[in-house]
Design a binder for this molecule. Structure first.
Ligand code: ADP
Ligand code: MG
Length: 463
């Protein structure tokens, strides 16, 4: 019928606009490298902020003692404690707890948000039991993973540049987030010192390095997306401080804000961006990360319903609700292997209240998920190759095999198997077989929590 043909036309157009042939990916990788240079050259020199983290030494394995970490980065925040036993003992014991942030706190006041966090942390500290020992007379110390763009002013202070990922709290912007947390801890009488403020990418890199000395970069694919890597200090023209002894500095790229004319953007992406909390910003993030993939799929389905009566004569009302189709739902549909695509049918019914879908329709929905996920996965791969290029690790230098480990973390990478598989095979495709052998993508499970605790240890006031 005409309806069906129109829906297929919308799908095909989407496929074409989302295309990421290898040549385009190379352009994206090159643009990433160029922007990295520009962001390192001067403050505001690029969409990529290339933030200096003040982390000039990554964990060595010698870290010792009890340390806490707090990870605030998306919908959940986690508190963690770890007893480190030095080179021999490694991680002696660790415990964590996950607490969800009530949505109203994400757009309320700074005071309320940090009070809530401090209270959850205090509750967790109160359950500290056997196997955890803070040295007598010492203050407990914390690594604070705060995964929003921050202008660091030292290893343990930094001002919030802007919120992302659905947070929007006016009065935190421009403030030192460690100050905010410390004041909240004081208000409830929790005696703890923030020893390190890091981004989740930095935490993941620190955790990755603790496990593998060849770790040189970290990438987060979760609610949002970002990357960090180890740069040579003298390759950072905008750094006017003393050169660190190590000669190195970890850079938080804030790559979610990357944008380039080479990115394959569609009208759906443009509409999503315009209607978002942060129009014009985080364009790379908006086509790659978990917060947005399901929403892009919803928008295309909505168009099919409106213009092709794809789901019948009326547009299913639920389909018009932004963000109702979340990426985990999309992923479940995409991975459906049942012959009648039962999961797809059930998701469409349960979430969008669309019943009686034919197998043909379900197949088209799966194809759409594939188009959107593939674009995101291949572009993340191009980003990773951009970093390797910047470091000169995208080629084999006269037979020398220098290993490069990239630590990956985040719910999207962890759970969206087709996405991660596509990303990894695209990295190989871009690098070629020989170089690929020396590049390892490693899942750093909760590297960011442990990493922040490790950095708190190496920046302890008692060293
Ligand atoms: P955050 O990024 O908020 O710190 P995570 O790294 O745990 O937290 O990532 C959570 C995100 O991962 C979710 O917002 C969602 O987009 C994505 N995600 C979680 N589970 C799945 C899944 N099964 N399939 C696809 N994406 C998922
Ligand atoms: Mg996270």
């Amino acid at each position: 019928t005409g309806r069906w043909a129109r829906a297929v036309a919308i799908l095909k157009e989407m496929e074409e606009k989302c295309g990421t042939p290898i040549g385009k990916l190379r352009q994206v990788a090159d643009a990433m490298t160029v922007e990295m240079h520009a962001g390192l050259a001067s403050e505001g020199g690029s969409k990529l902020k290339m933030l200096i983290s003040y982390v000039d030494n990554l964990p060595t394995g010698d870290e010792k003692g009890l340390f806490y970490a707090l990870d605030l980065g998306g919908t959940n925040f986690r508190v963690l404690r770890v007893q480190l036993g030095g080179r021999e003992g490694r991680v002696v014991k660790q415990e964590f707890e996950e607490v969800s942030i009530p949505p109203h706190l994400m757009t309320g006041s700074s005071h309320e948000l940090f009070d809530y966090i401090a209270a959850a942390l205090a509750k967790f500290v109160a359950t500290e039991g056997e196997g955890f020992h803070v040295s007598p007379g010492r203050q407990r110390e914390l690594g604070f993973t705060f995964s929003f763009p921050v202008r660091q002013t030292s290893i343990a202070s930094g001002d919030l540049i802007k919120w992302t990922k659905g947070f929007s709290i006016e009065d935190t912007v421009g403030e030192d987030v460690v100050g905010e947390l410390t004041k909240a801890m004081e208000r409830i009488g929790l005696d703890m010192r923030v020893a390190a403020l890091v981004n989740d990418t930095i935490g993941t890199l620190a955790g990755g390095r603790y496990h593998n000395k060849d770790a040189i970069a970290a990438v987060i694919l979760g609610t949002g997306t970002n990357a960090a890597y180890v740069e040579r200090a003298h390759a950072i023209p905008k750094w006017h401080g003393l050169l660190p002894k190590s000669g190195e500095m970890v850079i938080n790229m804030e790559w979610g804000n990357f944008r380039s004319s080479h990115l394959p953007l569609t009208e759906y992406d443009e509409a999503l961006d315009t209607e978002s909390l942060n129009p014009g910003e985080q364009i790379f993030e908006k086509i790659i990360s978990g917060m947005y993939l399901g929403e892009i799929v919803r928008r295309v389905l909505c168009r099919m319903a409106e213009e092709a009566n794809f789901f019948g004569d009326t547009v299913p009302p639920k389909l018009k609700i932004p963000f109702i189709l979340r990426t985990p739902h999309m992923s479940a549909m995409h991975h459906d292997t049942s012959p009648d695509l039962r999961v797809v049918g059930k998701k469409l019914k349960d979430i969008l209240e669309i019943s009686n879908t034919s197998l043909k329709m379900r197949k088209l929905v799966v194809e759409l998920c594939d188009i959107v996920a593939t674009r995101g996965a291949r572009l993340s791969a191009a980003g990773i190759v951009g970093i390797l290029k910047k470091l000169g690790r995208d080629t084999v230098r006269d037979g020398e095999k220098q290993k490069s480990v990239i630590a990956l973390d985040g719910g999207l990478f962890e759970h969206y198997t087709k996405f991660s598989a596509c990303m990894q095979s695209t990295v190989k495709e871009l690098l070629g077989e020989e170089v690929s052998e020396a590049v390892v993508i490693e899942h750093s499970n909760d590297g960011s929590g442990i990493g922040a605790a490790l950095l708190a240890a190496s920046h302890s006031q008692y060293l």
